[in-house]
Write a new protein. Structure first.
Length: 212
């Protein structure tokens, strides 16, 4: 899902950079205005390291891009969308600038897809289902976080004037592979949430342990 250089034309690259920058700027502004729970700061570091490691596992898929775990769902559930945006953006930036995973011209798109689209899709789904079941909601958050980011990626590269395939090819390919991988990510996200509910429920902002 990390788009490399040479896939996006100038217009799409510039637009996604702008959208990513605006999203990060708004997240930073809101968190500065309302404050951050300092007790959760270590969790940010742990999650960033875990997501970084998970995203480094890539499976090539047709069209020249790749499928991999995203982590948007887990970050959104544990941190809320704004802190999750910053964690994912930091991870993706380090992967690009230090390890060359994803192109510099596509950094804005990669951040927007995984750190913005994926996070907010995952958080929205989780909030809808959390009252019924936090564990089931976490599964859906993991799945939707990965798939929504993949679809956004497919739309971008398929709309690019310099990419060989149109969205009629890129979107189905990205959706199909990540729909399968998203099941694994969903189970991993729900398993993590189930464990946290039993061991440290305060990390989810609940007063007592509730069964999934």
């Amino acid at each position: 899902m990390h788009i490399p250089d040479g896939f996006l034309d100038l217009q799409i690259s510039a637009l996604t950079y702008l959208l990513a920058a605006l999203s990060i700027g708004l997240a930073v502004y809101w968190l500065q205005k309302h404050g951050v729970n300092e007790g959760r700061v270590p969790l940010l570091g742990v999650l960033a390291a875990a997501i970084f490691a998970a995203q480094m596992l890539n499976w090539p898929i047709p069209g020249g891009t790749s499928a991999h775990f995203v982590g948007s769902g887990l970050a959104a559930v544990l941190l809320g969308p704004l802190q999750a945006v910053l964690v994912l953006a930091s991870v993706i930036a380090v992967q690009t600038l230090v390890f060359g995973d994803g192109g510099l011209t596509a950094l804005g798109a990669n951040v927007f897809n995984m750190a913005v689209v994926g996070v907010f899709a995952a958080f929205t789904v989780y909030r809808v289902f959390e009252r019924r079941s936090r564990v089931s909601g976490a599964f859906l958050a993991g799945w939707f976080g990965a798939v929504s980011a993949a679809v956004a990626c497919g739309l971008e590269i398929g709309s690019s004037s310099i990419f060989a395939y149109s969205i009629t090819a890129t979107v189905p390919v990205m959706f199909g592979w990540h729909a399968l991988l998203g099941v694994v990510e969903g189970f991993a996200t729900s398993a993590a949430v189930a464990f946290i509910l039993k061991s440290s429920p305060h990390l989810l902002g609940v007063a007592e342990v509730r069964s999934g």
